[in-house]
Design a protein around this ligand. Structure first.
Ligand SMILES: [Zn+2]
Length: 113
């Protein structure tokens, strides 16, 4: 028998997220995940591993493999180290999965770990 779910079952596969924890709630699955360990500057395309700060963003009702998933994402702001670049700090980009800015917060509310 398998009630066990893996990260692959609950995380959208196309972005490199790291699963932090998950639990089943009445609404579906609540999943906490962390963003990438490096990010590309949107202005100059330089890869940065210099983390500036962290924040959380929430995505609701993500359909992942037929399950309803609410995703709490721990994301980063990065510093661009290219001295010729005007973009000093940039946010991690997740493409279509970008959480709405209104959902950003500094503290996690309920992260299953
Ligand atoms: Zn840059």
């Amino acid at each position: 028998m398998s009630n066990e779910l893996s990260a692959q079952d609950l995380l959208p596969p196309e972005i490199g997220l790291t699963l932090l924890g998950f639990e089943k709630s009445e609404q579906g699955w609540l999943v906490c995940a962390e963003g990438r360990t490096r990010s590309e500057c949107p202005s100059c395309r330089t890869q940065s591993t210099a983390r500036h700060s962290r924040y959380w963003g929430q995505l609701q009702d993500l359909p992942v493999q037929g399950k309803r998933v609410a995703l709490q994402l721990r994301l980063s702001r990065w510093q661009c180290r290219n001295r010729e670049c005007e973009q000093a700090i940039f946010r991690e980009r997740l493409g279509e999965l970008e959480p709405h800015e209104r959902s950003y917060h500094n503290e996690i509310q309920n992260c299953p770990a």
